[in-house]
Design a protein around this ligand. Structure first.
Ligand code: AMP
Ligand code: MG
Length: 480
């Protein structure tokens, strides 16, 4: 029996009943070639001991896991896409496959309820005119995004499995035909803002209450005994969303498609399509080629998340007092600013020194990054200045730039702060001239040998590099 005793199945989503999801079946794919398995993530849920053949049976052919969800469930939801309401959404190429507990807190885990959800597993009642599939390149991009975001301390879903499925797909944004794959993600829930919006649109307050209770019980258990549950939940979601947004900004990450069906109630980010990491500071930087107005550009992400929270408030207003929801919404700006300060201090490797001083340092850091303009890439700035070692920064490849007058305010402020765990600088990673980055050209460069000769070595080397960076940064773990 290759499943380890630390596998703790806990299927909860089916309890919600038929109004929340549809039973579906995975496509029978012509090929199932394992391309990536995340054994570090699998170990947290007792699935790392599966043989490759068993892994493929579960995550390529979707044979149910013991004591788990059967049949898989495609979630129903609606959502605002680029601000227009779409009542025809739902899991169109995925389903919730299994739910299980992370290791208990006493054993170094978080005890959280996690689920395995798919992307590219075939058509569902919510596929509309689309094929229900994922391109292999899309899967590769999502695996890389999640690894990098985790390393940078962003609360994110984790890529669990990527299996190539042997079909030819046609896509407007890739040379076609293009290869197909099925991705499995490990997430802290897959319930979206749009899941609530659907029941508001259908004027079903009882279902909104049931969904609120479900989310509290499974994702915010500390709120379980409280009163005014919808408002309490909304406040908690605002706090988590503020944290998530701040961590994206400090990571220089542009999600690209911040529609309400891509926002998780648990405040974890997921669903990485046309994302980009910033080459250098640019508030107008846009990831999705179809985002012609720049609605989801880098600098507008906090506003996009706030707008999405307003839509969630609108849905909850069927079961909660509007004044209380508005009052909660008013807390977003302050929460976001506090979280941005914390996220930036983590990335700079500096200890907090009081709210006012911290905010001053963060502003100076943003001014310094802007001062560098296109001469200063986002990621090297944080790498060079990590833990505030001025000699190391000034001796770096970008040292001449940092010696310029435009950086003096930042240099002086940094000198007044204490480093946080400066022993981290002893890691050999910090003696490298350049940090790990995940710029789009690098992704394209590692995709080329996969497409040309099925050579996966650059992809695996990139993942190994990101893992080296994660171990060196040792940023606070997300997800408590
Ligand atoms: P996304 O922009 O990837 O979050 O997708 C928005 C909606 O379209 C979701 O409901 C997806 O399930 C659905 N969708 C996206 N791509 C496909 C596809 N190839 N086949 C079926 N549904 C899809
Ligand atoms: Mg989506």
């Amino acid at each position: 029996m290759p499943i380890s005793p630390t596998y703790r199945p806990d299927p909860r989503f089916p309890d919600l009943g038929p109004e929340f999801a549809d039973a579906v079946r995975a496509e029978a794919f012509p090929q199932t070639t394992l391309r990536f398995r995340n054994d570090r993530a699998a170990a947290t849920v007792g699935l790392d001991t599966l043989t490759d053949a068993e892994w493929i049976a579960h995550f390529g052919r979707f044979e149910p896991l013991p004591g788990n969800i059967d049949p898989p469930l495609a979630q129903r939801y609606h959502g605002h896409q680029f601000r227009s309401y779409n009542p025809d959404l739902g899991d169109g190429r995925g389903f919730t496959f299994a739910q299980m507990r992370d290791a208990p807190i006493e054993q170094g885990g978080t005890g959280r309820l996690l689920d395995l959800g798919t992307k590219g597993s075939g058509r569902t009642p919510w596929s509309r005119t689309a094929d229900g599939r994922l391109t292999l390149k899309g899967g590769v991009r999502e695996v890389l995004a999640t690894a990098m975001l985790e390393a940078l301390g962003v609360p994110t879903s984790r890529s669990f499995s990527l299996i190539e499925t042997g079909e030819d797909l046609v896509r407007g944004d890739e040379p076609s035909p293009t290869r197909s794959a099925v991705l499995v993600r490990l997430s802290h829930g897959h319930i979206r803002f749009g899941s609530f919006q659907r029941h508001a649109y259908l004027e079903a307050p009882d279902r909104l209450t049931a969904l609120t209770d479900h989310v509290i019980e499974n994702y915010y258990p500390r709120l379980a005994g409280g009163t005014d549950r919808p408002v309490a939940l909304f406040r908690a979601v605002i706090a988590r969303s503020a944290r998530l947004t701040a961590r994206w900004m400090a990571a220089g990450f542009v999600h690209g498609v911040l529609n309400t069906d891509n926002m998780n109630l648990s405040g974890e980010s997921f669903d990485y399509g046309p994302y980009r990491f910033l080459p250098h500071n640019d508030p107008n930087f846009t990831a999705a080629y179809f985002d012609s107005s720049g609605l989801y550009s880098f600098g507008r992400q906090p506003e996009a998340v706030f707008w999405n929270l307003q839509q969630l408030a609108g849905a909850l207003s069927l079961i909660a007092e509007t004044d209380a929801l508005v009052d909660a919404l008013n807390g977003f700006g302050g929460a976001y600013r506090d979280e941005l300060t914390a996220a930036m201090l983590d990335r700079l490797g500096m200890r907090p020194a009081g709210a006012e001083a911290d905010a001053g340092l963060v502003q100076a850091a943003f001014r310094a990054i802007s001062e560098g303009g296109p001469r200063l890439r986002w990621e090297p700035f944080f790498f060079d200045w990590f833990c505030g070692d001025q000699a190391r920064a000034l001796g770096s490849l970008r040292g001449d730039l940092y010696a310029e007058a435009g950086f003096s305010e930042f240099r002086q402020l940094m000198a007044r702060f204490e480093p946080d765990r400066p022993e981290r600088l002893a890691d050999p990673y910090f003696t490298r001239p350049e940090p790990e980055e995940l710029l789009v050209d690098q992704i394209e460069a590692l995709w080329t040998p996969i497409a040309a000769t099925d050579d996966w070595s650059a992809f695996h080397a990139k993942l190994a590099g990101i893992e080296t960076a994660r171990r060196a940064w040792r940023l606070p773990a997300q997800g408590t």
